[in-house]
Design a protein around this ligand. Structure first.
Ligand code: ADP
Length: 265
């Protein structure tokens, strides 16, 4: 980046144009570096389960051949690793689709209240298995927004699943809906959904990076819980496509609150 600039032609306009092209190259190079990072990350994430699968195939072929109990155990692990790859590929496709569509605001009409109700019904058994109480509170009526029902379902499923997975030890997860008569940034009526847990919280230094692809506070823990590291990146892009706002508040040791604000239709 520090190769000498060509001698500046005379006059202020000409100098500006040299500066502008210098900045463009820097932006291009950093986009290229991000793309390379992403490809490297994806390859690494895919290779981890693949290596495990190949190792177990090898073991099944040799030592575990005549040991039925070991075979069952290895097959379960293989199933889990294959499921992980499947989730990862699914999340990559979701992410690439929503990134491609970001400029096009969805045109459908969706009742956010029904989306949230569907999610609590689907995730109730997951919460119960984790001994977490799933609590819905706030606005009870219809909450019409302009949007894509599947994508909005994905947003709130990701958030509630995360709250159960990472904040579940607090024993409860709250889904709180409120109406904002005039949202200052969106400049109009909006609905606010908070997904609140009383878990371990997130250290402040991580908050700005949580929506980066593959960023995890604790990689081992995320993997163990079946995470792909793409959930919040997908949330961020879907919310942007819906012209909404997304924020995270958290306090270490007290819990986290993930907030989505969507313009009312
Ligand atoms: P993952 O697939 O790893 O869950 P996400 O993009 O959904 O990926 O989340 C990124 C990281 O943010 C997680 O790995 C976890 O460390 C952290 N995180 C997300 N939600 C919570 C939460 N409710 N409480 C604590 N940490 C969380």
């Amino acid at each position: 980046h520090f190769s000498p600039l060509p001698p500046a032609p005379e006059g202020p306009l000409a100098t500006n144009s040299v500066l502008a092209s210098f900045e463009d190259i820097t932006a291009l190079e950093s986009a290229e570096a991000m793309r390379r990072d992403f490809v490297a990350n994806v390859s690494h994430e895919l290779r981890t389960p693949l290596t495990a699968l190949m190792g177990f195939i090898e073991t099944l072929r040799s030592s575990a051949r005549d040991d039925a109990a070991a075979r069952d155990r290895f097959l379960s692990i293989m199933e889990r690793e294959a499921a992980r790859m499947n989730r990862l590929v699914g999340d990559l496709l979701s992410l690439s689709r929503v990134e491609g569509e970001e400029r096009m605001r969805p045109t459908g009409k969706v009742d956010l209240a029904l989306v949230l109700k569907g999610i609590t019904q689907t995730l109730e058994p997951v919460a119960e298995a984790a001994q977490v109480k799933l609590i819905s509170e706030g606005e009870a009526g219809a909450l019409p927004v302009q949007g894509d029902p599947d994508q909005l379902t994905q947003v709130f499923s990701n958030l509630v699943e995360n709250a159960i997975k990472y904040g579940g030890q607090g024993g409860e997860v709250r889904l709180r809906v409120s109406l904002i008569p005039h949202e200052p940034v969106l400049r109009g009526k909006a609905y606010r959904v908070d997904v609140i847990d009383r878990g371990e919280g997130i250290d402040e230094q991580h908050l700005p990076r949580l929506t980066e692809r593959f960023y995890r506070v604790d990689t081992h823990r995320s993997r163990e819980k079946g995470g792909t590291g793409l959930g919040l990146a997908i949330v961020k892009h879907i919310v942007a496509r819906h012209r909404g706002r997304f924020r995270v508040d958290s306090k270490k040791g007290e819990g986290s609150c993930f907030t989505v604000i969507l313009p009312a239709a």
